[in-house]
Design a protein around this ligand. Sequence first.
Ligand SMILES: O=C(CO)[C@H](O)[C@H](O)COP(=O)(O)O
Length: 249
Amino acid sequence: MTPTKDKELLDQEKQVAAQAALRWVRDGMLVGLGTGSTAAHFIKLLGQKVQAGELRIQATATSVASENLARQLGIPLVEPHRGLRFDLTVDGADELDPQLNLIKGGGGALLREKVLATASAYMLVIADSSKAVAQLGQFPLPLEVVSFALPWVMDAVAATGGNPVVRMDKNDPNKYAYSDQGNLLIDCHYGHLLNPSELAKQLKTIPGLVEHGLFLGLARAALVVREGQAQVLRAGAAPQPATDFAELP
Ligand SMILES: O=C(CO)[C@H](O)[C@H](O)COP(=O)(O)O
């Protein structure tokens, strides 16, 4: 299979997962909108339902890109405010393990993604088949870091075995990449993560490290596409066909 074909197939899988996720959305819900190519498919499909008058929902987005897309599609947006809680957040992932622990932040939106996932009654992950792994860590773990603190955060992360690399701008390899919050992004190459929760605790003690991309115990379910079919994964349970899945938030 050529890399282009591979990418096309994975993109089809992302669309299938996004389509299946619409079954989780109910009239009147407050929905958190994720970031990345899979989340963008979901936002477009949701926008079609809203435009057709088939769904009345309100949403908040995890990035400027997703917010702009939602606005273009006429999805009513809610600004962050005290007491705001989401019925459902639908987001992609860079890796997910059988316990539904995640690595996120490949698109640089990990901070807002974690804020919304934590403020949600139900986080649903949507992913192509390449994202499901037996153990997290092949995908470099993203961190969001305050610019001033960068050298010390690099030292501290290196001491945890993370082999940190500062992320560069996709369009200009001589410039750093910045998050929507104006922070820097670091990608850490740990290899397989034997103890993600211990690592998460260590990372949280580093001053200037705003957030890490380990999402542990946040996802309630994941829709992962295998052989063209969306399957529902729940922590430690056997996969179910998405069409048979009855539990909704
Ligand atoms: O965490 C993310 C962005 O910060 C994305 O959810 C993750 O990178 C997956 O992206 P894609 O759906 O394009 O594969």
